[in-house]
Each structure stands twice: as C-alpha cells, then as structure tokens.
Design a protein. Structure first.
Length: 150
C-alpha cells in the first residue's frame, strides 16, 4: 500500500486540523521557552594604571544607575571589560574583573545585583498567576509600578 491508499490521509480537513494542532504545539513550546528568565551579568572592573573615560563606551556598555569611577566601574559588555583590563596589564597594572548577576525590576526599574538578582530571577520563573503585577513580581516591599506612589 502507498501513502495515498489510506483514505483518512487524503482528507484535506484532516490535514488542516493537523496543521492547526502542530502550530498550537509550536506556539506553546516557544512561549514556555521564552518564559524562562536568563542570567544577565555585569562585570565589576578595577584598573590600576589606566583611567577609563565615559566617552570610550557605547550606549549599551555601561548600566544606568550603577557607579562609574575612572578606575572602578560596572560594565555590561564582557568584551569591553576584558579589553580594558588587558590595556591596564599592558601598561604594567594589575587590573581585574569579575561577573555579578544583574537584573532590573520590570515593575519599578530598580537595579539588582548578586543574590537579589538571583532571587528575583527565581521569582520570574514561577507561574505568572503568582506575580504581584502583570509586568512581574514585586522586587521588594516598596515595589510599585512606575507612576504610582510607594
């Protein structure tokens, strides 16, 4: 027997039902995949011989709201942080960098580092029905959506 010999496979309605079902399965899988929060990192960079200037960085290289001093600062891009540490070491310094988990609260736009960011990422992984707001769970007791008073 050939594929066309089965009458139920020749039915165009059956094929559209299968196409709809497969489309729904793909959509649900992608929604689950996208709902898993990823680990975001920033790098704490310490330079000894080199002094960095804000003009060296692009728009997305420095996180807003975190400290920036010429020799100690947070950097969003690992490549730029590594490059500056290498420049510092080439000049005889002992620059260093290390990663720290970083996250912004989607509700109040508060920056979180380290253990707070890890804890918040775990809150985001919980079902949406347990969240305090449609944007996400509250990051702390004073967390309110932007535009509302605390």
């Amino acid at each position: 027997m050939k594929l066309g010999d089965y009458p139920q496979w020749d039915n165009p309605v059956r094929e559209t039902i299968l196409v709809k079902r497969n489309r729904k399965i793909r959509r649900e899988r992608m929604e689950r995949y996208r709902s898993v929060p990823i680990v975001s990192r920033v790098w704490w960079v310490e330079l000894t011989k080199l002094e960095a200037d804000r003009s060296w960085f692009g728009q997305r290289d420095l996180p807003t709201g975190l400290t920036f001093e010429p020799q100690k600062f947070w950097c969003c891009t690992k490549r730029k942080a590594r490059q500056l540490v290498e420049w510092d070491r080439a000049r005889g310094g002992s620059g260093s960098m290390y990663p720290v988990e970083f996250r912004r609260c989607p509700v109040c736009d508060r920056a979180m580092l380290g253990a707070q960011a890890t804890e918040y990422r775990e809150k985001l992984a919980k079902p949406k029905r347990t969240w305090h707001y449609p944007q996400g769970p509250a990051c702390n007791m004073e967390c309110k959506p932007r535009g509302q008073k605390a």
